[in-house]
Design a protein around this ligand. Structure first.
Ligand SMILES: C[S@@+](CC[C@H](N)C(=O)[O-])C[C@H]1O[C@@H](n2cnc3c(N)ncnc32)[C@H](O)[C@@H]1O
Length: 249
């Protein structure tokens, strides 16, 4: 059953924030240690790619309806997929709408390489991929009209900073669509499998990614996105996923 909560910023989200002032939406960050640690997505990229393409929910329809309710995006649309992994949504949107331009950014060079190769195979000239850090995007303010991020916050320790970057790079009238798992057990299976395979292949046992996915409880999920002054924010849950659609004035 679909549960939809249209978060009015003043009535719902701000009380959540104020009544839960102690809620930590991001955890303390051992940034240097983390940056030194190995990147699990470099060691077992194919496992994640398989899960993304064959196992996880495909939210393309939801994304299109949220971004372009009339169904057809204007040619000026510039879409960013953050933490794109194998670039599933970036490539799907670029393939569906050849008039838009799409950029995918990810910190795994393996996954960026895979995403580029797949885009080239399909001659997606409107789709590019860059290696980068969602916490320090090189793009200037107001660069994109739409932004997608899926399953990123389960492994990101500095979540508020990522949301601030999302807000910064979106232009006026821009929209951000977020899809995150709700249940730690199922969300952790790909991470645990990647660790096991990396270990069998003789790689490190220490990774920057958490052993288990850190899934946000729904009030925390709402509070995280309410850290930026969106003109409108809607959050909802469907089965194993929670969603946010945020709009910037
Ligand atoms: C769980 S995967 C999600 C991939 C894809 N968005 C999906 O829907 O399946 C998280 C992705 O975020 C990337 N990532 C993690 N931290 C990042 C960072 N600081 N900057 C950019 N990408 C990051 C990882 O390399 C990985 O590809």
């Amino acid at each position: 059953m679909n549960k939809v909560l249209d978060c009015d910023m003043n009535q719902i989200v701000k009380p959540i924030l104020s009544s839960a002032a102690t809620i930590a939406v991001s955890e303390p960050k051992p940034v240097n240690a983390r940056e030194r640690a190995d990147n699990l997505f470099e060691r077992a990229a194919w496992i994640y790619t398989f899960c993304r393409e064959k196992v996880f929910r495909d939210d393309t329809g939801r994304i299109i309806r949220a971004f372009w309710p009339a169904g057809e995006p204007p040619a000026s649309s510039k879409v960013l997929e953050l933490g794109c992994g194998p670039g599933f949504y970036a490539r799907t949107l670029a393939s569906r709408f050849r008039q838009i331009s799409v950029l995918g950014v990810d910190s795994s060079k393996q996954l960026v390489r895979y995403a580029r190769e797949k885009a080239m195979e399909k001659a997606l000239h409107n789709c590019a991929f860059e290696w980068g850090d969602v916490l320090n995007l090189p793009q200037p303010d107001n660069s994109f009209s739409q932004l997608v991020t899926s399953r990123l916050f389960t492994i990101l320790p500095e979540r508020e900073r990522a949301v601030a970057e999302i807000f910064r790079v979106l232009n006026s009238g821009g929209k951000c669509f977020v899809a995150e798992p709700r249940f730690a057990f199922s969300a952790s299976i790909p991470l645990l499998t990647m660790r096991a395979v990396a270990r069998v292949n003789g790689y490190s046992r220490e990774y920057r990614e958490p052993i288990k996915a850190t899934v946000l409880r729904y009030p925390h999920f709402c509070a995280l996105f309410a850290t930026q002054p969106w003109s409108r924010m809607k959050t909802w849950r469907v089965g194993r996923y929670q969603y946010a659609l945020c709009e910037k004035d």
